[in-house]
Write a protein that binds this ligand. Structure first.
Ligand code: C2E
Ligand code: MG
Ligand code: MG
Ligand code: MG
Length: 279
């Protein structure tokens, strides 16, 4: 069949490329199946206030458990879902499921939590996204101001006009916008204003070595100082040690998300840790 496309293209169908294509076609099919057969689920990683050490929110993180029990991390299938457009129905499911869960926890008597969901650029530019989100809020009874949309600096690279329009309309609904993995991308600081971002999540790569590497600690301090002057709140991700917590507490108030406090938890596990925070 490659030959029919013209001799010039024949050489591109090397065995490895063909294998790669076959693999992604099979994977796309498996991912569609996953969505239709409840193989996807969400974990929730608690976010802890650096001052009070109470749980103030959670990030919903997508997981895929295949029928054979194999657990696939999002880094292995979210990129394919983005390329194929499957991220649109999957993303809808993520938002609806996270909102339902938040409302359920509240009904169980838990203090209201902010719930953050990751949203890909492709989801933001789909037709009717804002109306869809409004519908999910209505349908689940979720309070708009407690739903946080996490975007990455990548959204700034394409469809700026459309994306900006969508983000501003989401904000008009009452949602908050958070810039994920801040400091690793290529977007200009101007986007923080254009997109009316409410909070920054400092990229894990700066946090990992913060306690050992003065340069990294300097970057974290600089981002936190900038956030304060722009009136943005800060979430520090990937916090794994007590040293890092202590250091952050000397810098400024922030929200801490990381293995030191909690790993991403199943909903039942999350319910069990309701008010208990380590330390
Ligand atoms: P992210 O949004 O930056 O999520 C944070 C990632 O860091 C999560 O990985 C989390 O498990 C991990 N993490 C949290 N604390 C620590 C820590 O202390 N140490 C270390 N080493 N890692 C920590 P995860 O769950 O594998 O997700 C990876 C990425 O996949 C996410 O990065 C996000 O970009 C994407 N993703 C996850 N769920 C969704 C989703 O529902 N939709 C979309 N579009 N993307 C998603
Ligand atoms: Mg995130
Ligand atoms: Mg992140
Ligand atoms: Mg990320």
């Amino acid at each position: 069949q490659a030959k029919e496309l013209g001799g010039g293209r024949f050489r591109f169908f090397t065995p490895t490329l063909k294998d790669g294509m076959l693999k992604s076609i099979l994977m796309e099919r498996a991912l569609r199946h996953a969505l239709d057969h409840d193989e996807l689920f969400l974990c929730y990683q608690p976010q802890v206030c650096s001052k009070e050490l109470t749980i103030v929110g959670a990030e919903a993180l997508l997981r895929w458990r295949k029928a054979d029990g194999q657990l696939v991390p999002p880094s292995d299938f979210v990129p394919l879902a983005e390329d194929t457009g499957l991220i649109v129905p999957i993303g809808d499911w993520v938002i609806r499921t996270a909102c339902r869960q938040a409302v359920q926890w509240e009904r169980e008597g838990r203090p209201p939590l902010k719930i953050a969901v990751n949203v890909s650029p492709r989801q933001l530019v789909q037709d009717g996204f804002v109306e869809k989100v409004a519908g999910i809020l209505r349908e689940t009874g979720m309070t708009a101001s407690r739903l946080i949309i996490e975007i990455t600096e990548g959204v700034a690279l394409q469809n700026t006009k459309e994306t900006t329009d969508t983000l501003l309309r989401l904000k008009a609904l009452g949602l908050q916008i958070s810039m994920d993995d801040f400091g690793t991308g290529y977007s200009s600081l101007g986007y923080l204003r254009t997109f009316q971002v409410d909070s920054l999540k400092i990229a894990q790569s700066f946090v990992g070595e913060m306690a050992e590497n003065e340069g990294h600690a300097g970057i974290v301090k600089a981002i936190m100082a900038m956030a304060r002057s722009l009136n943005l709140s800060v979430v520090v991700e990937g916090v794994e040690t007590e040293e890092q917590v202590k250091l952050l507490q000397t810098i400024d108030d922030c929200t801490i998300q990381g293995y030191y406090f909690y790993k991403p938890l199943l909903p039942d596990e999350f319910s069990a840790v309701r008010d208990k925070v380590k330390q």
